[in-house]
Write a protein that binds this ligand. Structure first.
Ligand code: AMP
Length: 418
């Protein structure tokens, strides 16, 4: 028999971690729904063309896409991120603006798997379409910040930058191209190849030889339009008004081609250098138009769940929540008693589990211990005869008998005392 294992870059998330994942999404939902964002569930695959709109020079699109022809001959791709799908949904449904939505779920990128980098990874995020207001940029950044702090993270660093308007970005790209071409011999081979596709992305390189060249590169903020500069100033003032600490980083361009104006990134200073980026986002005015809709400004962020949880591990916060049942029923008279009592308790809002296959009392007590239940209920022939149940608060060394017909109330009382 072949030995089946998960495909590279994918993982099974088992308990107790799976409960932590769910709690993560709950905390996120609470944070963003409190700010008027509604939940959107886009499909996991779309026509490849939707994602191609993210930009021909975007690595996610050129190198990492899981695309295939389906049985109907359609060229589709598993989503590498969700912003494109949200914008496609906006164009398809034309909701009233501002349209503020949040999402959570897996994305797929054919990357080299390593710690903090997977081929299937989860993101939570928001998108706000239809408003150009710099206060919205600050709101979006503030929400991400609040979410990190709701998780208990303290070592989160925020960098912000502006890429100017479309024209500014194009002009800057040309300036950068000229600069990097003049210094091409000092760049790494990888960056030389990136340069041919997108000079801006060379700024992303963390490789040391590139860093030296990058340090001397022109900064975009010196060449942006007055309106883009005013917009950015207003964003920074709005962040200041909320006491949100940030660092201006004029090398921050971020992955996707469609970013305009404000861009931002969150890094964890508690993580190893290779995967410190735990989330980021920016304005993508122009993407809706590229997908066939009316000119519509947009801003959003995506936070990496997998990596943010690694940051939580590093800071020892947001540990896996307890998921044990309240009660474990031990039945030494065949199992039907446990069957009925569990059903009764579950129907009355008390979580309950049991053992199967008529195991010995000792084995059942072991299972009760392992289950983490607060209370064990024990039913033997004596209990059946007297219509009682033995109630044992776990770890107390005590036990007492309760009337079977009043058991729900008695158990609730005992749970309150635990
Ligand atoms: P991006 O959509 O590339 O802007 O990524 C946003 C966030 O998603 C990053 O900051 C990471 O935390 C996370 N992320 C991106 N790619 C991966 C991956 N392959 N594995 C795990 N997390 C990822």
């Amino acid at each position: 028999m072949p030995e089946f294992k998960t495909s590279p870059g994918t993982r099974d998330i088992l308990a107790p971690h799976s409960a932590r994942w769910r709690a993560f999404q709950d905390v996120f939902a609470n944070t963003v729904e409190a700010a008027g964002y509604t939940y959107i569930i886009p499909p996991m695959f779309e026509d490849l063309d939707v994602f191609l709109r993210l930009g021909e020079a975007t690595e996610v699109v050129t190198k990492e896409m899981y695309d295939f022809h389906d049985k109907g001959g359609r060229h589709v791709a598993l989503r590498p991120e969700q912003t494109a799908s949200v914008c496609r949904a906006f164009v398809e449904h034309r909701p009233t603006t501002p349209w503020k939505v949040w999402y959570a779920g897996p994305n797929f990128r054919y990357e080299k798997p390593q710690q903090g980098r997977y081929r299937q990874f989860d993101q939570v995020g928001v998108e706000a379409l239809g408003a150009d207001d710099p206060l919205l940029d600050a709101e979006v950044i503030a929400l991400a910040s609040k979410f990190y702090s709701d998780l208990g993270l303290r070592k989160v660093h925020l960098s912000v930058n502006t890429l100017g308007d479309a024209g500014d970005r194009e002009r800057y790209s040309q300036q950068l191209l000229a600069y990097f071409m003049a210094n091409e011999k000092d760049l790494t081979a990888e960056s030389r190849s990136t340069l041919a596709r997108n000079p801006l992305r060379v700024l992303d390189s963390k490789r040391e030889p590139d860093q030296i060249v990058i340090a001397g590169a022109p900064a975009i903020r010196d060449s942006i339009s007055t309106t883009a500069a005013q917009h950015f100033d207003a964003v920074l003032q709005a962040l200041d008004a909320l006491n949100i600490a940030y660092e201006l980083n004029n090398r921050l361009v971020r992955g996707l081609d469609y970013y305009r104006r404000t861009t931002f990134e969150f890094t964890s200073t508690a993580l190893e250098a290779a995967h410190t980026a735990i989330g980021g986002g920016g304005r993508y005015d122009g993407l809706v138009e590229a997908l066939g809709g009316p000119a519509t400004p947009g801003i959003g962020f995506a936070l990496g769940l997998d990596r943010t949880l690694l940051a939580c591990d590093a800071e020892n916060v947001f540990n896996s929540p307890e998921t044990s049942v309240d009660v474990f029923v031990v039945d030494t008279v065949g199992g039907l008693q446990a069957h009925e009592i569990c059903h009764l308790l579950r129907n009355n809002g008390v979580s309950a589990d049991r053992a199967y296959d008529s195991r010995s009392m000792k084995a059942q007590m072991k299972s009760a211990d392992r289950s983490g239940a607060k209370i064990a209920l024990i039913i033997g022939s004596e209990e059946v005869e007297s219509s009682t149940i033995m109630l044992r608060p776990m770890g107390s060394g005590e036990q007492y008998s309760i009337a079977r017909e009043k058991c729900v109330g008695e158990i609730r009382k005992a749970l309150e005392n635990k």
